[in-house]
Design a protein around this ligand. Sequence first.
Ligand SMILES: Nc1ncnc2c1ncn2[C@@H]1O[C@H](COP(=O)(O)OP(=O)(O)OP(=O)(O)O)[C@@H](O)[C@H]1O
Ligand SMILES: [Mg+2]
Length: 255
Amino acid sequence: MTAYSLGKLLYEGKAKRVHATDQPDLVAVEYKDDATAFNALKKAQLAGKGRLNCQISALLFEALAQAGIPTHYLGLGQGNHAGNWMLARPVRVIPVEVVIRNVAAGSLCKQLPVEPGTPLDPPLLDLYYKDDAYGDPLLTDARLQRLGLVTPDQRRQLEQQARAVNGVLVSLFDSVDLRLVDFKIELGLAADQQMVVADEISPDTCRLWDGAAGDSQDRILDKDRFRQDLGGVVEAYGEVLKRLQGVCPEPRVYG
Ligand SMILES: Nc1ncnc2c1ncn2[C@@H]1O[C@H](COP(=O)(O)OP(=O)(O)OP(=O)(O)O)[C@@H](O)[C@H]1O
Ligand SMILES: [Mg+2]
């Protein structure tokens, strides 16, 4: 038994489907097993990834809520929606990917003379224009203003909220011996114009290094395993879920 019925498919992305429901203030987000990297040039099906990302996101959204950070998350699905579905508030996603980096890795080290693994203190915040057709380019504040994507007030709020998310997640992951190297979030405006953390927070959107694994590739517990063909992607995501289950509030079930 579910407390809603599905409406039309609103959006199908690379990793999720967002469905309308019979309630205007409720969407159902279905996490898929599809894995993509390099703007979808590389693709695979990874059985179990959808469920893992859904469960990990739910735990992280619960932790953010506990810390007073508003998110779109309303609870996990149940019945035939158990596992890889969550219910959320529909939002107008701001087409800006907010990236926070605590440690240098990935594209940063290709674009700047910064050695991978260099701690970044204060954490570096970068904004990218969320549009695959343009290859998600880095935004400057002037470009952001030019595109008129956010008001100056929303720009400040965006940064403040992302830094608050980083603070919560860094200490949470630290408590289970995982280093939050960097992550991407999407923010959206809910019906009442409240800015909330939307989309997902998972090993697809974070870099996580196992503190116990030294400097080898074994420490990588995120989508870099897929990008770099390291194998054990689903196993790594499973390890992240297992550790978080010990330290996050139990995810609520919707309905
Ligand atoms: N609460 C929400 N309300 C409306 N849209 C949402 C919500 N949460 C996430 N979305 C959007 O749904 C889509 C999720 O799909 P997915 O992550 O698969 O997209 P994607 O392939 O990464 O593509 P995109 O470039 O659009 O993010 C994203 O565009 C995301 O911004
Ligand atoms: Mg996405």
